[in-house]
Design a protein around this ligand. Structure first.
Ligand SMILES: *[C@@H]1O[C@H](CO)[C@@H](O)[C@H](O)[C@H]1NC(C)=O
Ligand SMILES: *[C@@H]1O[C@H](CO)[C@@H](O)[C@H](O)[C@H]1NC(C)=O
Ligand SMILES: *[C@@H]1O[C@H](CO)[C@@H](O)[C@H](O)[C@H]1NC(C)=O
Ligand SMILES: *[C@@H]1O[C@H](CO)[C@@H](O)[C@H](O)[C@H]1NC(C)=O
Length: 211
């Protein structure tokens, strides 16, 4: 008998938590306001972190991590409607990214690693992976099973891949993707490499996904 009021309180709390989006579109959460705050310099953040308690540091850290996960999950939407539709969206390796384009009923993705990382498998003569009816709509990959196309391991040397498969120093995948000019350069470079291999355009569903 006492359980019912408790359940009502719990479920209305759950509903409230779900619909608490009233302030989401207010100016304080506009892109400009939000990104401006996050552009705080390392030096300034160090000063603040030294002033905050360990608990406060942990509080901010856990919230940033939570939000990073949301953003990571969200970016998959960009490439998810790519053709051919039968091809699964490939999994992006962490510490790098995938540049992908479609042409003539085929999907092509070039794995790339960030500065300080190298491919777990030798792929110097293997620029990209592909998915089409010719592969039964599954991804070619050196890895066993699943949709993971490559692995980027911590490494001070870059020997396993072609030079164009590494992001430049100080410009990892996310930094590249944060600037549409840099993002387009990376995608254009891949298209040039494809057409040099007689895989010609027009290219559609062009995108860069970061891990
Ligand atoms: C919305 O913002 C106002 C003003 O900042 C605040 O008082 C209110 O509690 C917020 N509402 C929610 C549901 O977060
Ligand atoms: C790269 O990382 C994978 C997965 O963590 C691991 O299995 C593999 O041994 C690593 N390869 C090298 C060369 O370090
Ligand atoms: C695709 O599937 C067919 C029928 O199951 C099979 O004969 C063929 O070898 C497969 N092709 C590839 C590239 O796996
Ligand atoms: C994007 O990158 C280009 C080339 O490095 C640079 O000139 C431009 O200022 C950057 N744009 C933004 C908004 O950071």
């Amino acid at each position: 008998m006492k359980l019912l009021p408790l359940l009502i309180v719990l479920s209305s709390a759950a509903v409230q938590a779900q619909t608490d989006l009233t302030n989401c579109s207010s100016p304080q959460w506009s892109y400009d306001e939000f990104s401006e705050k996050l552009k705080i310099s390392d030096e300034c953040m160090e000063v603040l972190a030294a002033q905050w308690t360990e608990n406060q540091n942990a509080d901010v850290f856990s919230n940033l991590n939570r939000l990073a996960d949301v953003l990571k999950k969200n970016q998959k939407a960009v490439c998810k409607d790519a053709t051919p539709k039968e091809c699964p969206t490939p999994a992006v390796q962490s510490k790098g990214g995938l540049v992908c384009v479609s042409t003539s009923g085929k999907r092509f993705c070039k794995p790339m690693c960030n500065e300080g990382y190298d491919f777990g498998f030798l792929r110097i003569s293997r620029l990209f992976e592909t998915c089409s009816d010719a592969t039964n709509y599954s991804w070619t990959t050196q890895l066993v099973g699943g949709n993971k196309l490559a692995i980027c391991n911590k490494s001070s040397i870059r020997v396993a891949g072609a030079s164009s498969t590494y992001f430049p120093a100080n410009q990892d995948c996310w930094t590249t993707k944060s600037n549409s000019t840099l993002e387009q350069e990376i995608i254009n470079a891949f298209e040039n490499e494809l057409s040099a291999k007689n895989v010609n355009g027009p290219y559609t569903h062009r995108c860069l996904m970061c891990g």
